[in-house]
Design a protein around this ligand. Sequence first.
Ligand code: GAP
Length: 486
Amino acid sequence: MAETIKKLDELVGLCKRRGFIFQSSEIYGGLASCYDYGPLGAELKRNVKNAWWKSVVQMRDDMVGLDCSILMHPMIWKASGHVDKFADLICECKKCNTRSRVDHLEGKEQGETSRHAQTAPTDDLSDKVCPSCGAVGQFTEPMPFKLMFETQMGANADDAMTVFLRPETAQGIFANYRNVLDSSRIRVPFGIAQIGKSFRNEVTTKAFIFRTREFEQMEIEFFCEPGTDEDWWQHWKDARMQWYLNLGIRKENLRFRPHDDDELAHYAKACVDVEYRFPFGSGDWQELEGIANRTDFDLRQHQRGMRSVTKWIENGRDTINTPLVDEHPDYQSGPLSFFDDQNRKRYIPYVIEPSAGADRGTLAFLVDAYAEEEVKGEKRNVLRFHPTLAPIKCAILPLVKKEGMPDIARNIYQDLRRHFNCFYDEKSAIGRRYRRQDEAGTPFCVCVDGQTLEDQTVTVRDRDSMEQIRVSTDQLKNHLREKLDM
Ligand code: GAP
């Protein structure tokens, strides 16, 4: 464990030093659990999101994309159950007044339990340790703590209301499912994908960008006929695991963990987590993505929500105190039902939801890629990113700043950057420049040297093997595009 925690500390250091990830508002002393992506980090996270979008939207006939606003009608969150149920069970230390999530408290002898291994309110906290002051068993009774951020919308008293920052992007998809069906040729079974920010006032944040209060999700809601849902669930489990493997995460660091019945979210019939072996927490294995069978819960709830809006207006737009009207007895024919014109039947589709975190995924790709090696008696830090994810695909380096080498290198740089992200560097010794690119995870370095002047070839250095081959400049673009699969 000490080794792995050291690995995370060193990775955090590298992320700051090389401009991957910074603490938010650092010049003001920082804002807890919020992070900013620097120049390399912004490229990396964008590549993670693009790879996800390519795999789930671009490469599939049965998927389309969506980009919803973060602020939505507050009754959406009433219907989804978040207004009433989206809370963590917390307790307060009587000694230091620090609040902790009950399911995160460790006993004197034990490590942290999983997020989903919820401790029931009646559970004994007498041997639990306060993570802040170390007092044992000094806790108040557990109480619910609401996780949604609230804000006020509207300047006039008669239309002002409390709205919520979305805690998941999923509800924007359910709210637009009818729009998508009506405006495209797509038919059930089909899915809608969305990438966007979500916000949760998490009680305990931890481990760098693993659990933060503002984060980005990559979510799919896949609509299918009831009865076919279990097959689709299996399909998405396989597809999503394969995505991580294809992008280079080592198999031994990934696993599925099915949820027990008592830890399922209120909307789910079944759920499995894709877990990654992160280098923190006593259990190591932590959730990377959840793949849930949400049944027809959300669409049915939104049919109730839609019918409750008049009551909400009459009630002064008070979302918390406006109950949802009962479900219509003929809900299967409601406005969010689907008519299958080939088989002449109408139903509310079931939904399979693969829900991944873009930041948590980025952290897993960083952790998995990070290695420390000794090369000829010197330490080398390297990020072995899959080329698709690497922030910079190729660095172009003149060996020395003379004999016309910078001009040739700059020309190569101008040509290659039209195809993929490149970096030009002529400062410091060549060995140091290679090391800097290894740390940035750049798969290839092109060096213009003395021989280039004679035979128009350059060296191409491979980040992982550190081997160099000579490639003629007129073949360089094709050579790299093939290697990078771009
Ligand atoms: N729509 C379903 C849903 O939101 P979830 O398990 O709460 O399910 C899905 O979240 C994914 O979003 C998680 O697997 C994780 O990758 C990411 N995620 C959730 N909360 C997060 C947080 N506070 N910080 C970073 N990522 C988070």
